[in-house]
Unconditional design. Sequence first.
Length: 422
Amino acid sequence: MNYNKKTIMDVDVAGKKILLRCDFNVPQDKKTGAITSDKRIVAALPTIRYLLERGAAVIACSHLGKPAATFSSYVKKQVEKGKNEADITEEEWRQSLRKLTLAPVAERLGELLGQEVIFAADVVGEDARTKAAALQGGQIMLLENTRFEKGETKNDPELARAMADMAELYVSDAFGSVHRAHASTAGVAAYLPAVSGLLVARELEIMGGALNDPKRPFVAVLGGAKVSDKLGVINNLLDKADTVIIGGGMAYTFAKAQGGSIGGSLCENDKLDYARDMLAKAKERGVELLLPADTLAAKEFSADAEAVVVPTDAIPDDMQGLDIGPETTESFCTAVQGAGTVVWNGPMGVFEFERFAGGTRAMAKALAESGAVTIVGGGDSAAAVEQMGYADRITHISTGGGASLEFLEGKELPGVACLLDK
Ligand code: ADP
Ligand code: MG
């Protein structure tokens, strides 16, 4: 896929009316609806400031959560959850929507920017259109939750056109949503010239660069719980990398596929053939595939379980592997130290338990000290690197969970494909 896309720096934004898709899908307190982390709002500031400073009029938009856009879809969801259809009221549905309003985001964004953020009570309704038409250069407004419109997730052309009609240029800066073909993430680009904002531009430059033109040797480090979550990632990186390291829970499916005894370790028996295919593919392509020789195993899945080092292909029946062993940690980290580019997705063990966090911590340190272009993708991997204090020494921590994975799978991303080529 082509990641070489125009950004806001490649076009004239001065004085333009701009529809800016942000990722304001902030975490909220379940009861009060209060924003519990404004990290995503803060992350959006550089692009917003860049546009406002050049006299653009910014119409920002985002989705928040998963609202039911119609009463009938609300009823359907509730019935699936086991509720009695007769007890479900429209008032209850309206209340569920009020919890997902972007109004608190507009307020917080205003505080961070130090200027008023005009809030529209709808997406393409009377209020939004009136306020958008009156918006002046240097001003910013925020539309209501895009998923309040039922056409959003269906990528309805009518909705996309109505959104596009309010502006002259579309800027995509919600990396976490670029893998979705929705009206506000891709559909609008059919009606407006479309470029990336600074956040998406950085993701494309660094991750796209690593995939299409990596500084070699290119080492991919894969881990995490399940092979089935990462089928496409393993396959795509075997096409691109010089060395592929497999640790974490998914390594045991590979160990079993090679005839090892893995005790009660995580294993997906329906993926043994897939693992064998990947082992064969590595051989065929001359890719070095490293698997854990030793494992830190325990009798129970618990934080204070006693840990013993055992060979990965001879884990006792009453034990399960919860982290890579010391010999493996050393060989994996050595491979990373010589790399030109490292892409890491998936922890090396159950890092949530301190006793089994050693492999993941050593890997985070190895990346930080490698001197390579280092990229971390995946929610848990990013959390581990942050928790362990290495985040500021990693070249790039990708912010989109699902989007980063699809990126690493080499899939076509609708929210990127729709942007103008450079
Ligand atoms: P990411 O979010 O970075 O893509 P995953 O969601 O695939 O990563 O995997 C993270 C999870 O994998 C963590 O919760 C971790 O505890 C679990 N995990 C890693 N190694 C093991 C293991 N050996 N046994 C069980 N779970 C594991
Ligand atoms: Mg995860």
